[in-house]
Write a protein that binds this ligand. Structure first.
Ligand code: ZN
Length: 240
């Protein structure tokens, strides 16, 4: 990227970043979105909120709403945009989210983003961070993935190997390679992801809230890059 003479420095101070504290992360499977989200949330002292975990908790809680979701999921249906947005808004109204949040997995598509903007204008995000990686990198990362079916922990043969070959560090169960982590299946999943998510990226670009982040390389290098890009972006565009 070319930086004009008058442009703000990329070494802005930390306070600048802390003024901006409401984020969503957009990234394909294998982009390291979950890790970056957790690290960013820790750095800003705000909660990392994964929509998938929220829905799972509600389903497992067995409330009326939980049972309704379970029936929808078991029937192969998606939970409606209205329900997903309502869950997110409930969560963002909890006291720990007042200073900010890092949302992971929501919004998943433009209709959700639009509904969220309409029903909760006071909870809107400051920046949408889009993690960008070449398809070949994603295939390499995903095809090396090992999953524990017992506890859900995830490993990588190269980037995050378990202490003992094919055994979960957390619970001692065998690790498996999931069928949808085979290269052909991965390419198909990425195609679906791009079709659904590209419009969301354009949506936030048009709102002047998008940061596109080069997400190649090790997680700590990506995070360091994220902070630099964020400071630069805030200095350039302002807070809101
Ligand atoms: Zn395990």
């Amino acid at each position: 990227m070319e930086v004009a003479q008058a442009a703000p420095s990329r070494d802005g101070d930390q306070d600048l970043v802390e003024l901006v504290s409401r984020f969503i992360l957009i990234g394909p499977p294998g982009s390291g979105k979950g890790t970056q989200g957790q690290v960013l949330a820790q750095a800003l002292h705000v909660p990392h909120i994964a929509s998938g975990d929220l829905i799972r908790e509600i389903v497992e809680g067995g409330s009326e709403r939980g049972l309704r979701f379970k029936a929808q999921i078991d029937g192969g249906n998606f939970i409606s945009d209205e329900d997903v947005v309502a869950i997110i808004e409930d969560r963002l109204e909890q006291p720990d989210s007042i200073r900010g949040y890092v949302l992971d997995g929501f919004p998943r598509k433009v209709t959700q983003a639009e509904l969220f903007a309409k029903t909760a204008p006071g909870l809107q995000l400051d920046r949408a961070i889009s993690l960008v990686l070449p398809v070949d990198d994603l295939v390499e990362r995903l095809s090396g993935r090992l999953t524990c079916l017992a506890c859900g922990a995830s490993y990588h043969v190269k980037y995050r190997p378990p202490a003992k070959d094919d055994i979960c560090d957390e619970c001692g169960h065998d690790l498996v390679k999931r069928a949808d982590d085979e290269p052909d299946s991965i390419r198909q999943r990425l195609k679906v992801y791009h079709a659904k998510t590209e419009p969301l990226i354009d949506y936030y670009r048009n709102l002047n809230k998008l940061i596109e982040l080069d997400a190649t390389g090790a997680a700590d290098a990506v995070f360091a890059r994220l902070i630099v890009e964020l400071k630069f972006d805030v200095a350039k565009k302002g807070i809101r």
